[in-house]
Ligand binder design. Structure first.
Ligand SMILES: Nc1ncnc2c1ncn2[C@@H]1O[C@H](COP(=O)(O)OP(=O)(O)O)[C@@H](O)[C@H]1O
Ligand SMILES: [Mg+2]
Length: 309
């Protein structure tokens, strides 16, 4: 990695130049580190911006806007995933070498008010502070998600599988803040937090109130537990038990998801037509982390760790 360059806007890398570099060799001026996550910063010829993670680097070709965004390809060529109130699509893409990858395209709702029905779906009881719930912004969410994936806290033998965060996309077209449901003071809180959590040795990430932010994830093979329950592959009781098991496992790893529910748990059918298990328990991967948080216990642990530095 080359020398760091403080306090400048990142210098965008062009898509045609990007394949020259391994992810870890992207020039320092074209990378940012926010909430502990490295991104390579790219811009295409029409000014769309891309923050690509290490997990997304091999999908550089698939990620180009023409493959899934331009002329609303995500809607014309993709499948609208209707679960909550979000705008989420599954879009098939192929890169130049013919590598197929289904992308999940999700329009971020941060700095909007959290709809109340989100809280009602919590399995057991509502957590006390759900009233203060706010959606993570994409950088915050990727930071938490990668921390969860790395799994440094809690039982080391327990690994939680999740969808892969591959990029954050911001279209060049500006949208008035009111249309995005954003209120300035609420937005500013996010903007300042993103600045504060940008690594000062590199460029800063500046969230703009009139820019949309879109998450890109890789599709996890399988279907959610509510679908499997509706089709009779698992029982309602098993779906419920699994949801509670996951709540416990997340807690063990220092996290919670305020709207943890069967719709966010992906299970896969094996060749024998049964849901795949490992050591007698369903093998699962999680999706939807807009309301992912660290537990107090993990936050305390991190504070102590930082004090010792
Ligand atoms: N990466 C993914 N892999 C597989 N299925 C997904 C993925 N992301 C979302 N889904 C499916 O799409 C549904 C909606 O996505 P979600 O992120 O929960 O959006 P929202 O709650 O805003 O509608 C989920 O319940 C899940 O069934
Ligand atoms: Mg959801």
């Amino acid at each position: 990695m080359s020398d760091s360059i403080p306090n400048l806007n990142p210098v965008p890398l062009a898509f045609e130049d990007a394949p020259k570099y391994k992810f870890s060799e992207v020039p320092a001026e074209s990378r940012v580190r926010v909430y502990g996550v490295w991104y390579a910063y790219l811009k295409d010829e029409v000014g769309n911006e891309f923050y690509i993670t290490r997990l997304g680097w091999r999908l550089l070709d698939n990620l180009q806007a023409d493959n899934w965004y331009t002329d609303k390809t995500y809607s014309t060529n993709g499948e609208h995933l209707i679960e909550g109130s979000g705008k989420v699509y599954r879009v098939p893409t192929e890169n130049r070498h013919g590598n197929p990858c289904d992308l999940v395209v999700k329009f971020s709702r941060f700095a909007e008010a959290v709809p109340l029905h989100v809280a009602k779906t919590f399995p057991d009881k509502m957590p006390e502070d759900v009233g203060d719930a706010e959606f993570n912004d994409p950088f915050q969410e990727f930071g938490l998600l990668i921390d969860l994936r790395n799994g440094h806290f809690g039982d080391k033998s327990l690994r939680i599988k999740t969808k892969h965060p591959v990029a954050i996309f911001s279209p060049s077209k500006r949208v008035p803040a009111w249309k995005l449901g954003r209120e300035k003071s609420r937005f500013d809180k996010y903007r300042l937090r993103a600045q504060k959590n940008s690594d000062p040795k590199y460029s800063q990430v500046e969230l703009n109130i009139d820019q949309q932010y879109v998450y890109l994830f890789a599709w996890v093979k399988g279907w959610n537990a509510a679908v499997h329950a509706a089709e009779g592959l698992i029982s309602e009781a098993e779906a419920r038990e699994l949801t509670l098991r996951i709540e416990k496992e997340l807690k063990e790893k220092g996290f919670r998801v305020l709207d943890n529910k069967p719709q966010h748990i992906i299970l896969r059918e094996g060749k024998d037509g049964k849901i795949i298990k490992r050591n007698g328990e369903f093998e699962y991967a999680l999706v939807d982390f807009e309301l992912l948080q660290r537990t107090e216990e993990y936050e305390d642990f991190l504070r102590e760790k930082n004090k010792m530095k």
